[in-house]
Design a protein around this ligand. Structure first.
Ligand code: 5RP
Length: 228
């Protein structure tokens, strides 16, 4: 079973959680694509709230009606992928640069489900470089303070500006830039999350803590569910 088979199986299982009439948060990334495709194939009457322009375009192409977050108000269920799933379903997200809109949609949702292939649950939390969304104005200055905060917490890591293939800084859907910090093992994600949020210029980070109610994983042995 390939990783994509696992993503497809997880996405299809999550689509079964959706009932007619729901407002559904639609995640971003290759696993979320599988969910959105499975949801469209089920043909239940729902309205979606997209977590990125890419997902909005996909949903529209599949005939899923969309609401803006502020139109939707309370979202019934959000299903989204993750770059890493750790203890207690702590997540690292933002590999697709959509972490800010993703977190806004997750936090507006009554239920939040993460879907992934089996490789997203490594032994030690922190393998995936942590995405940090930073205001474009003065971003290198902000990055220095991110580095200092990481050092204060004992991490031997520097924030690296994410670039597009053409070398230009990648801009998010919100016009911000992304830094990635290869922290290594993150034993106290709450402390790291707090330190990053306290920095002027940091808009959001990719630590999603205490948000996922369950993880639906595609594995070589079939789909399994993890609870916090
Ligand atoms: C985007 C995300 C994605 O959910 C994360 O990058 C996982 O993507 P994929 O399903 O392609 O592995 O956080 O910002």
């Amino acid at each position: 079973m390939t990783a994509d088979d696992q993503k497809r199986a997880a996405g299809a299982a999550a689509a079964e959680l959706v009932q007619a009439g729901m407002i559904v948060g639609l995640g971003t990334g290759s696993t979320a694509v599988r969910f959105v495709q499975a949801l469209a194939a089920r043909d239940v009457a729902i309205q979606g709230v997209a977590t990125s322009e890419a997902t909005a375009a996909l949903a529209r192409s599949l005939g899923i009606p969309l609401l803006e977050l502020d139109e939707a108000g309370d979202i019934d269920l959000t299903v989204d992928g993750a770059d890493e799933i750790g203890p207690g379903l702590a997540l690292i997200k933002g590999g697709g640069a959509a972490l800010l809109r993703e977190k806004l949609v997750w936090e507006a949702s009554a239920r939040r489900v993460v879907i992934a292939d089996a490789a997203k649950t490594p032994g030690r939390f922190g393998r995936f470089p942590l995405p940090i969304e930073v205001v474009a104005f003065g971003h290198a200055s902000t990055a220095k303070r991110v580095d200092a905060a990481l050092a204060d917490l004992g991490f031997d890591a520097r924030a690296i500006l994410r670039r597009r293939d053409d070398g230009h800084p990648l801009k998010t859907d919100n016009g911000n830039v992304i830094y990635d910090a290869a922290c290594g093992a993150i034993d106290d994600p709450t402390a790291l999350a707090g330190a990053l949020k306290a920095l002027t210029g940091v808009v959001e980070h990719g630590l999603f803590l205490g948000l996922a109610e369950r993880a639906i994983l595609g594995t070589a042995d079939g789909v399994i569910t993890l609870l916090p």
